[in-house]
Design a protein. Structure first.
Length: 170
């Protein structure tokens, strides 16, 4: 590594003094400029990494959502069948076969979409630091926790992913 030092001569004139100050100032400007360049590159890398993680989570959410919708349709069918059997008994109609109490359609639990990478990045300040001057800032920065989860996910997708997540039509 190259070490740059000011001249070790004694300062006798204003010209020597100004030359000494200029040398120090230029050295500091170069050091600060290099440091800021490294910070910008590091933040860009963090942002790209976060976008990649979030894209993976969103794609996983889409796959899980499809499975969850199938489970919810099966649960709905079970509940309709159960309601029909109960209504028939209450009206005194011939006994309709009620679905079994331990039906597998009711054993499934729906999964909810995840915002884990975004929430972790927001918690540790990565979102604030990396998306502040990014073209996707805006609603991401001041997202209200009272906003419904589905709407928050759509906002985060819009804010933080430069490449859109492919959605399948149902």
């Amino acid at each position: 590594m190259l070490d740059v030092h000011a001249r070790h001569l004694s300062i006798h004139t204003w010209k020597d003094f100004l030359m000494h100050i200029a040398t120090i100032t230029i050295g500091l400007l170069i050091a600060v400029g290099l440091e800021q360049s490294v910070e910008v590159l590091h933040h860009r890398h963090q942002r790209e990494q976060l976008e990649e993680q979030m894209r993976g989570v969103f794609e996983t959410n889409l796959r899980r959502s499809e499975r969850t919708f199938k489970q919810l349709k099966a649960q709905h069918a079970y509940l309709v069948q159960l309601r029909t059997a109960i209504s028939a008994r209450l009206k005194g109609q011939p006994a309709m076969a009620a679905p079994p109490a331990n039906d597998e359609r009711m054993a499934a639990f729906p999964t909810f979409p995840s915002l884990a990478p975004y929430e972790a990045a927001k918690e540790n300040g990565t979102v604030e630091r990396n998306f502040r001057r990014h073209r996707y800032s805006g609603p991401c920065m001041d997202m209200d926790p009272t906003v419904p989860r589905r709407k928050r996910i759509k906002l985060v997708q819009r804010c933080c992913c430069s490449k859109p997540v492919q959605t399948r039509e149902r």
